[in-house]
Design a binder for this molecule. Structure first.
Ligand code: ATP
Ligand code: MG
Length: 320
């Protein structure tokens, strides 16, 4: 089932204060195909959870439309959608993990024969300790988070909204959930909307990424597309000894970022390979004049998603 969001907007009215209303989500549109994993990336307060809550039907949009499987949000298609929200609210503490799964499945009208089949499978796959007849309140935070995911999956949803699904999980559990997310999309054709602050998770699972800031979708694309747009030409050069720079290098953005004893770290924007050979020629000439001068390293700042993300946000932050 596809998921489409059109011009979605949420303005929170501040009821008991004189402060102006807050636009948490500002005219966002995107589309996710069946079997696709779409990640929403953005700083704290960007509007990710509000977007997820509107799609899940928990927060009423101020305006805009949500289409599931091509139809404007209607209850039959909502039966095929599940969400896990930030934190672990959707777990009943007094029930055991297994009872929780029965409870949530029941609420959503899943036949109990199906639950009997699916529940043990999910508990095992997520490594949730359900053998003891313990109430869920005795589970650790990470276990509760996994139980919330199992409760979302018990209905066998076609559209899954995952708001920070790996928050507070240990490495092993985080990996399990990552593998499950991949399998649910690739093998089972589920449509997945994910938010997380974990860049490695985004890099490993996303088909497309949307970058959101101040409620606006400011960039969207596959990881290679984002890398191409925000390709880095910034180089870091570490040298030992004294070096004098001609003025033209200042125009190439040369700046000293660190100096420790006689080791200096510079950053400069070389734009293209001509710039790189210019730099190498200049350094070679300087070394001829001064045999003490040592080039310790020179490398391009990597195109890691984290760098791209910060670069996308930077112009906005500079405007402030
Ligand atoms: N119920 C609410 N009433 C008023 N303002 C709200 C409400 N919920 C969220 N907000 C505000 O809306 C904005 C967006 O919040 P939201 O929780 O969607 O951000 P987020 O991207 O999920 O952030 P985080 O990464 O911290 O989870 C924030 O400024 C937040 O303070
Ligand atoms: Mg959030």
């Amino acid at each position: 089932m596809s998921l489409e969001v059109k011009n979605l907007k949420k303005i929170y009215q501040k009821r008991f204060t004189t402060r102006p209303p807050l636009t948490a989500v500002d005219d966002i549109s995107f589309q996710i195909r069946p079997g696709e994993i779409y990640s929403l990336l953005g700083p704290n307060g960007a509007g990710k959870s509000t977007t997820i809550k509107m799609i899940a039907g928990l927060v009423l949009p101020t305006s805009g439309e949500i289409h599931i499987a091509g139809k404007k949000g209607s209850s039959p298609s909502y039966q095929k959608l599940s969400a896990i929200l930030e934190g672990t609210r959707n777990v009943y503490w007094r029930l055991t993990p297994l009872e929780n799964l029965h409870y949530f499945a029941n609420l959503r009208g899943v036949p109990s024969s199906r639950v009997k089949e699916r529940a043990p499978m999910l508990l095992e796959e997520l490594n949730i300790d359900a053998k003891k007849k313990n109430q869920s309140q005795h589970l650790s935070r990470g276990m509760l988070q996994k139980l919330a995911l199992a409760a979302a999956l018990i209905t066998d949803p076609e559209v899954l909204l995952l708001d920070e699904p790996t928050l507070g999980l240990d490495v092993e559990s985080g990996r399990r959930i990552k593998d499950m997310i991949l399998r649910m999309a690739r093998d089972e054709g589920r449509t997945i909307l994910l938010t997380t602050h974990q860049m490695d998770l985004v890099e490993e699972v996303s088909d497309r990424v949307g970058i959101i800031n101040h409620g606006k979708l400011i960039q969207e694309g596959t990881l290679p597309e984002l890398r191409a747009v925000f390709k880095s030409h910034i180089y870091r050069l570490r040298i030992k000894g004294e070096i004098s720079w001609e003025e033209s290098w200042q125009n190439r953005g040369l700046r000293l970022i660190q100096k420790q004893n006689d080791v200096q770290l510079y950053e400069l924007d070389l734009k293209d390979s001509v710039g790189v050979s210019d730099l190498l020629a200049y350094l070679a000439q300087k070394q001829k004049q001064d045999s003490e001068l040592e080039i310790l390293s020179c490398h391009r700042v990597t195109d890691e998603l984290e760098e791209i993300f910060l670069r996308v946000l930077r112009p906005e932050q500079d405007q402030k």
